[in-house]
Write a protein that binds this ligand. Structure first.
Ligand code: HEM
Length: 194
């Protein structure tokens, strides 16, 4: 079911920018691969859900740390509202664990911040499908550990991210796209370890 939900719709923000279209195109294969990968975890079972959270935290924590290091808050004043490191730590804590292994990621330039933010903000969009699987499984220990997946539900943060992306000066598009690929790769590597 998750694999079926994995197509990346052209509906969201398609009127915004050519850069967003380029980002989606350049990362669609990586998105599909990651979606297939994460969908293979049994999210309805404690062990599988724990592995999913470990895989997510293994990339999210270092990517968010790199964003902070690069001054993400100067570009996104609402960063505290967007950050999900604390949320995923809460969920792992509820499962009686903490982030086991994180991947290393490069330092980010301003363009790197945008490409990384594209991937992290976009990753919220699949959450409603994952939450449905969890709800169907009906295990309260898992449902109570979904702060990360519920974080910023709705598309407000995604839409306001797209507005910001569209307002960027063209020129560093290749670097933005490279950093989005690197962020997807960080999730792949974290999934390898989980
Ligand atoms: C099993 C897990 C996942 C599922 C089922 C899923 C599903 C989806 C869906 C349905 C959309 C389109 C939403 C819409 O257009 O309204 C989407 C968009 C997106 N997802 Fe995922 N996703 C998953 C995991 C991830 C992860 C882990 C990342 C990044 C690390 C990610 C990054 C993105 C991005 C960047 C977009 C926006 C693409 C665009 O520009 O339109 N997704 N996802």
């Amino acid at each position: 079911m998750l694999a079926g939900a994995s197509h990346v719709s052209t509906q969201v923000g398609c009127s915004f920018s050519g850069l967003r279209e380029r980002l989606r195109e350049a990362t669609s294969a990586a998105h599909r691969a990651l979606d297939t990968r994460l969908s293979a975890f049994d999210l309805g079972g404690l062990a599988g859900y724990g592995r999913f959270l470990q895989a997510s935290a293994g990339a999210l924590l270092p990517l968010e740390a790199a964003l902070v290091e690069a001054g993400v808050e100067r570009m996104f004043a609402d960063w505290p509202e967007r950050s999900r490191s604390a949320a995923i730590a809460v969920d792992l804590g509820r499962l009686g664990t903490s982030a086991a292994s994180t991947v290393s990621v490069p330092r980010l330039t301003r363009s790197g911040v945008l490409g990384t933010m594209y991937v992290l903000e976009g990753s919220r969009l699949g959450a409603k499908f994952l939450l449905k699987t969890i709800a169907d499984a009906g295990d309260p220990r898992i449902s109570e550990a979904t702060t990360y997946l519920r974080h910023g539900a709705g598309e407000r943060l995604w839409q306001s991210f797209l507005v910001k992306l569209a307002s960027e000066e063209p020129g560093d598009e290749d670097e933005i796209i490279d950093s989005a690929r690197i962020a997807f790769d960080a999730f792949e590597r974290a999934a390898d370890r989980a």
